[in-house]
Design a protein around this ligand. Structure first.
Ligand SMILES: CC(=O)N[C@H]1[C@@H](OP(=O)(O)OP(=O)(O)OC[C@H]2O[C@@H](n3ccc(=O)[nH]c3=O)[C@H](O)[C@@H]2O)O[C@H](CO)[C@@H](O)[C@@H]1O[C@H](C)C(=O)N[C@@H](C)C(=O)N[C@H](CCC(=O)O)C(=O)O
Ligand SMILES: Nc1ncnc2c1ncn2[C@@H]1O[C@H](COP(=O)(O)OP(=O)(O)OP(=O)(O)O)[C@@H](O)[C@H]1O
Length: 513
């Protein structure tokens, strides 16, 4: 299992602690004379020598209570709030005090890493589903245009061939600015940043202004973090304000998108991806296959592009259309994009674990997907149905310790959309896995009383049971694990890659070499 890591500049140019104090008018406890900073960290697990350790209050503890650990790892000073200052005192480091250390983190990190003068074009993508996919398509097209690009997503942070596994969808501001500084060293000229609602609510993208912000969609998710969809929407809306982004591209297929476009306080271009849409830019699907989708994108003044994406589903074409309009809004010429894509036979993108086809020429078509919302289930099941002659079998589980209110809908949509459903464990975390499965089964039975349902706790056995139900012409959708290589049970991350295990099971069944 790959542990999460972070990318930092290889040649940081240190800055004086007294310069930081003067710039941010910080209250000082201790001697700051001659102290030099070369980095910043929010966690003792990532502190490096020369770092400023930032102690923020958390759910379990105040970060400042770990200041002594930070000092042992080489931190040279602490930034915290008044409550944290008392906790950090015994670490023996100079302590800088500010009313809200998390709120200061972005600007302080930007100052330490000098990221305000970053020459790269910054693209931000938000929405419930599709953020990772849009960021990967942006990265792919930029690379096809010969632009050195970088990305940060739920799956990984990437600069060319260098990639590390992500822990959060959007890194904490300390990690994000370090990544941008590393990208500057690599002469990256354009960066795609996946921005979660939580990132906007928790100051993770502070200290930078995006050139272009894109919105995919909004549907039921994260109601453990936000009291209702309206609050969740308001968190996303923050990205479309002048202190966060310069211009926006908004998919207006839903009421949420239309409202976002109207409520935004930056110039916004609209995109529709459903038949009959009337936005400034319109995407229409021309051909759908298990292995590719061909679509057209039409815009103002008769501008038009037709291309192919090596992925299943109209929604992936919608994600690609959003990426293309974001590129055009940032100044790229649509004809130049069309030329590069025609030259290469379409968009040359690989997105780990998003409708990823792991099967070969023989046997059922098997997709491993990251879908974990009702809307993602609906869309992937519909897309698979349209490209499958035989039966559609779905395997999935639900997150423990996360939004429990979506489970019944997930079960219902699976039962309505698939011919057989195998319910298994995903990441139970600290919840009882049997009760998570029960909630999914109840939702499925309530929607389709005679649904063909199976309950198999072990995901390896569950996938094999699904495969045993399938044959040539059928499809198996395994939703949830996507790119992940672990299963989280009671605080422990157990090694498990659904993609690797599915390939193994296909080989065991004689369907893959
Ligand atoms: C619920 C939540 O937001 N938790 C975040 C929070 O953790 P916490 O409050 O539990 O922290 P804590 O354990 O009390 O520790 C307090 C502080 O002490 C530090 N500490 C703690 C222990 C130690 O030994 N050393 C140390 O330095 C911690 O880094 C933290 O800064 O502070 C941590 C450090 O910044 C975050 O990593 C952590 O995000 C967790 C992993 C999380 O799951 N967040 C979710 C809500 C999230 O952000 N999700 C979205 C997903 C969006 C999507 O689905 O698209 C995301 O962007 O990833
Ligand atoms: N535009 C879309 N509309 C609806 N569903 C989508 C869309 N794009 C992708 N999906 C579904 O959502 C799943 C997750 O896609 P993706 O990782 O791109 O979204 P995300 O917003 O980054 O999610 P997360 O933040 O949880 O990583 C896909 O595997 C697919 O099932």
């Amino acid at each position: 299992m790959t542990g999460p890591t972070a990318l930092r500049p290889q040649h940081p140019v240190s800055r004086s602690l007294s310069g930081l104090v003067d710039t941010f008018d910080l209250d000082v406890r201790g001697d700051i004379d001659g102290v030099e900073l070369s980095g910043i960290s929010l966690s003792t697990t990532t502190v490096q020598p020369g770092d400023l350790y930032v102690g923020v209050p958390g759910r379990n503890a105040h970060g400042a209570s770990y200041a002594a650990d930070a000092a042992r790892s080489g931190a040279v000073a602490v930034l915290t709030d008044e409550a944290g200052a008392a906790l950090a005192a015994e670490a023996g480091l100079p302590v800088l005090v500010t009313p809200d250390a998390r709120a200061a983190l972005g600007d302080v990190a930007a100052w330490i890493y000098r990221t305000a003068d970053n020459p790269a074009t910054l693209f931000a993508v938000t929405g419930t589903n599709g953020k990772t996919s849009v960021v990967y398509v942006l990265y792919a097209i930029l690379s096809q245009l010969g632009v050195v690009a970088g990305l940060t997503s739920t799956a990984e942070r990437r600069i060319g061939e260098l990639a590390v596994t992500s822990n959060l969808t959007t890194p904490e501001a300390s990690e994000l600015h370090a990544l941008l500084a590393r990208m500057r060293e690599a002469e990256v000229r354009a960066v795609g940043v996946e921005v979660s609602a939580q990132a906007l609510s928790r100051h993770r993208v502070d200290g930078l202004v995006f050139d272009i912000a894109g919105f995919t969609n909004l549907s039921h998710d994260h109601l453990d973090d936000y009291s209702d969809l309206e609050n969740y929407f308001q968190a996303k809306l923050e990205l479309f304000q002048p202190d966060r982004s310069r211009r926006g591209v908004v998919t207006v297929d839903s009421e949420w998108g239309t409202r976002l476009a109207q409520s935004s306080r930056i110039p916004v271009t609209t995109l529709s991806t459903l038949p009959g849409g009337t936005a400034e830019w319109r995407m229409s699907v021309l051909e759908e296959h298990a292995t590719f989708t061909r679509f057209a994108l039409e815009g103002p003044e008769g501008r038009r592009l037709e291309t192919t994406l090596p992925l299943l589903g109209w929604f992936m074409a919608a994600n690609a259309a959003l990426a293309i309009v974001m590129l055009v809004e940032s100044g790229f010429d649509l004809d130049a994009i069309a030329h590069a894509l025609d030259r290469d036979g379409g968009i040359d993108v690989y997105i780990p674990g998003r409708t990823e086809r792991v099967s070969g020429e023989h046997g059922p078509t098997v997709y491993i997907d990251y879908g974990h919302t009702p809307d993602a289930f609906l869309n992937t099941l519909e897309a698979i149905r349209r490209t499958t002659e035989g039966r559609v079998i779905m395997v999935f589980g639900a997150d423990g310790d996360r939004d429990t209110t979506k489970r019944a809908d997930m079960g219902a949509i699976a039962a309505r959309g698939a011919d057989a459903v195998v319910i298994t464990d995903f990441h139970p975390r600290f919840e009882d896995p049997a009760s998570i499965r029960q909630a999914l089964l109840d939702g499925a039975r309530a929607a389709v009383p005679d649904a063909e349902l199976y309950e198999i706790a072990d995901p390896r056995a569950a996938f094999r049971a699904a495969l045993a139900l399938a044959g040539d012409g059928d499809a198996v959708l395994y939703a949830g694990p996507g790119h992940e290589d672990y299963q989280e049970v009671a605080g422990v991350k157990l090694p498990y890659s659904a993609r690797d295990d599915a390939r193994l099971a296909l080989r065991e069944a004689g369907w893959l070499q």
